[in-house]
Design a protein around this ligand. Structure first.
Ligand code: SF4
Length: 253
């Protein structure tokens, strides 16, 4: 197998699909498109990944998937869920497997890594994405390989133009390769019954809730969190806790 000249780590969401089209329009050769298998994609995302891999291959690119422990086993190993503060999942599910893939497929570190990050996506001025570089000669996150972010200064319209030319519909949501602990109200509303059941089972096994009740008006457990997500703002009422009862058995309850 020849080493790739360009590597795109792709979740097959809007940004990375536009980036694949960008690479095609620039007639790049020796492109590898790599998907991080988290073992925790939403039920419908697996099918999208298959279609997008077929599309990327039709452009002459090679597709790969990285292997990881998978989110469920990671949660079992840690006996809990990652939080915004302790987000150990991204390293174990994406960064470390991606580094391993690079080491195996590009041991001489000659490949150029392409990323679809846009500064316009930054939540605020302190967000790392706000000052994301368009080019790095040595990117630590990519094993000191060269990194180019062609969309760094793009707004959504500029990105969407690539999707249009590729004939790919713009998704109204983020990529769903992972049922993310950072899911917001809109993301949660998109979880289907299969996703809810998977989270519910893992919560039961691990004995903890995946989404913190204090961030969701007291909603505890995925079904309540979904109820919170679907409620009008400020209108969610968590179910009453069962009232404590006198255990003397002498009085009526
Ligand atoms: S997408 Fe969310 S849950 Fe998945 S690895 Fe990243 S932060 Fe963790």
């Amino acid at each position: 197998m020849t080493a790739p000249r360009f590597v795109i780590f792709s979740s097959y969401g809007n940004d990375s699909c536009a980036l694949i089209q960008w690479a095609h329009e620039w007639r790049l050769e020796g492109v590898a498109v790599v998907y991080s298998e988290t073992g925790w994609a939403t039920a419908d995302w697996a099918e999208r990944v298959l279609w997008m891999e077929i599309w990327a291959e039709s452009l002459g690119f090679a597709t790969y998937r990285t292997a990881s422990i998978g989110f469920p086993d990671l949660a079992r190993e840690k006996k809990g869920f990652p939080t915004q503060q302790f987000q150990w999942c991204s390293f174990r599910l994406k960064i470390e497997p991606g580094m391993r893939w690079l080491k195996e497929h590009d041991p001489e570190r000659r490949a150029v890594c392409l990323v679809g990050v846009r500064r316009a996506e930054a939540k605020n001025a302190t967000d790392d994405r706000a000052s994301f570089p368009g080019f790095l000669a040595k990117s630590g996150n990519h094993g000191d390989r060269c990194m180019i972010a062609p969309f760094a200064t793009f707004d959504e319209d500029a990105r969407n133009a690539f999707l249009r030319r590729a004939g790919i519909e713009v998704l109204p949501h983020r990529s769903r390769e992972c049922r993310c602990i950072n899911s917001n109200r809109a993301d949660l509303k998109l979880f289907g019954e299969q996703d809810i059941v998977a989270i519910e089972q893992l919560e039961a096994e691990v004995g903890k809730t995946m989404y913190r009740p204090h961030r969701h008006m007291g909603a505890s457990g995925i079904r309540e969190v979904i109820r919170w997500a679907n409620s009008l703002r400020g209108k969610y009422e968590p179910p009453d806790e069962p009232a404590p009862v006198c255990d003397s058995m002498w009085c009526e309850q």
